[in-house]
Design a protein around this ligand. Sequence first.
Ligand code: 3PG
Length: 208
Amino acid sequence: MTNSPSLLDRVPVIPVVVVDDLGDAVPVARALVAGGIPMIELTLRTPCALDAIKAIASEVPEICVGAGTIVEPVQAAQAADAGAQFLVSPGSTETLLKAMTDTGLPHLPGAATVSEVLFLLEHGYRELKFFPAEASGGAKFLGSIHSPVPAARFCPTGGISTSNVGDYLSLPNVGCVGGSWLTPADAVKLKDWDRISGLAREAAALAR
Ligand code: 3PG
């Protein structure tokens, strides 16, 4: 297992990005950096995702690029080979944890219940993704488990936006959140990189 170095204390919001067109990957990454968010989670949900990670890793060295939506063990090594610097999975199985650990990269395994949190703590993890955050009880859930399970810290993701991000970031067991609102599909389609930089700037200024 490895959460080290910490993934939760770098930026208030990790942008969760779906890239449909490979040509958008580098400009999106540059726009996030320009807005003060030097971190990006590229989800492995589109055919060009691994190539997008590769392009960002080689052309935007100032950003920390990670691979999200790791749902099959083989994807961990593929993402590492593409140049990913961290890995994120929406849930956790023994084989998935082993595959991510084998890459040597820091990674955030997903949990949505207290039992899953305890399972991951038993495996040595202290930093977890809480997914799908809003659908699984949201900030109220995380606030409720801090007292009984204080060792776990979270990056909640799923359903978070400007309207509820403050509820999460004010919790003692939340280091940062993940969200796709920094890179709206329509802004990417219109290649409105300034809008993405503006959204990143607002996110970078959020208090933790
Ligand atoms: C994720 O992959 O972590 C989520 O799908 C991002 O969720 P959001 O689109 O609701 O921010």
